[in-house]
Design a protein around this ligand. Structure first.
Ligand code: AMP
Length: 312
């Protein structure tokens, strides 16, 4: 791990969903378990730095706030509880865990949500716009003062329904994390390299394209790419949240090391991949809640062995 905990002053402000998910995979089912983009992100990033969540839950979420975020470097003063039901999402995976079908998305309390950033958090140096309505992402950006780094995630749900709003947000984003199929859809371009260039032209200079079990491809601001594989795992139970967990490890590391040069970005990709590789080993956030810093460190070094070779 890069630094000892508790010593860092580069907190991340993270907006996104906090949810109840129902998930079906070929290996089992889980119903009404804790999920959400901000949830996975915050747990992962909190291994590296302080995270300030901006989100909303319904009164039904109850003791889950403490169960999931308690005892971690996660500030929940921006997590509102309002009357109504928590955001609900159901997804189903076939044997190809890289593709999933959304069975339903119930926005519930997110329909009336207006993000309110606590005054003490408006100067957060790093901002993560998790996967939610792009208008909400914009409202968060409007309330913060000159962050050093803005990263964002989105998904096909918003690319299809709110393309105009998304385009406006992208102009203000430095790093976009996106799936390969979503990058193609956003750019309206089948070739991934050309799609990446087109998305860069929309705003974000660094594009992190997540390719499920095939790993990650990142554009470098000056041109060129960095690629990393995903850890080959024997036990993959539930890919839900892998992308947000990746984002948490990636941005958490970048915030903690205060650098955004090529070498730091490459290490951040490996930290993101490391955290994501744990998230998929169990349903919901269960594996992340059991995860230790020692396990993160061990797997980070295994990643080096996975890709290292000598040129003779
Ligand atoms: P990932 O597998 O990383 O794409 O993230 C899955 C998480 O995103 C789940 O826990 C869902 O609760 C959440 N999610 C799914 N669809 C949406 C949506 N349209 N808006 C916000 N969050 C969503």
């Amino acid at each position: 791990m890069p630094k000892a905990s508790g010593d860092h002053v580069n907190p991340i402000l993270a907006v996104g969903s906090v949810a109840f998910d129902s998930i079906k995979t070929p290996f089992g089912e889980a119903s009404r378990v804790v999920g959400g983009s901000a949830t996975y992100f915050a747990i992962a990033a909190s291994f590296f730095t302080d995270v300030r969540i901006v989100a909303v839950v319904g009164e039904d979420f109850g003791a889950n706030v403490e169960k999931v975020f308690g005892g971690r470097r996660v500030d929940v003063s921006g997590l509102e509880t309002i009357p109504g039901e928590t955001f609900r999402w159901k997804g189903e995976y076939g044997f190809d865990l890289n593709s999933r079908e959304t069975i339903y998305t119930h926005l519930n309390v997110f329909e009336q949500f207006k993000p309110k950033i606590p005054a003490a958090h408006t100067s957060s140096p790093v901002v993560f716009l998790g996967n939610i309505h792009p208008t909400l992402q914009k409202e968060v950006l409007d309330q913060v003062q000159k962050p050093r780094l803005v990263a964002a995630d989105t998904m096909n749900y918003w690319i299809d329904r709110t393309p105009e709003e998304l385009t406006q947000v992208l102009k203000r984003v430095d790093v976009l994390l996106i799936n390969d199929s979503e990058a193609r859809e956003l750019a309206k371009e089948a070739n991934l390299v050309k799609a990446a260039r087109k998305v860069q032209a929309m705003g974000p200079q660094t594009l992190v394209i997540k390719r499920g079990e095939h790993g990650v491809l990142m554009t470098r601001p000056g041109g060129g790419f960095f690629a990393a594989p995903a850890m080959p795992l024997e036990d993959v139970f539930d890919p839900t949240g892998a992308g947000d967990t990746f984002a948490g490890g990636f941005l958490g590391y970048l915030a903690s090391c205060e650098a955004t040069d090529d070498a730091a970005l490459a290490r951040a990709i490996i930290y993101g991949s490391t955290l994501a590789s744990f998230a998929v080993e169990d349903f919901s956030v269960d594996r992340l809640l059991r995860l230790t810093k020692e396990e993160v460190h061990t797997r980070f070094t295994e990643f080096k062995k996975l890709t290292h070779f000598d040129i003779v």
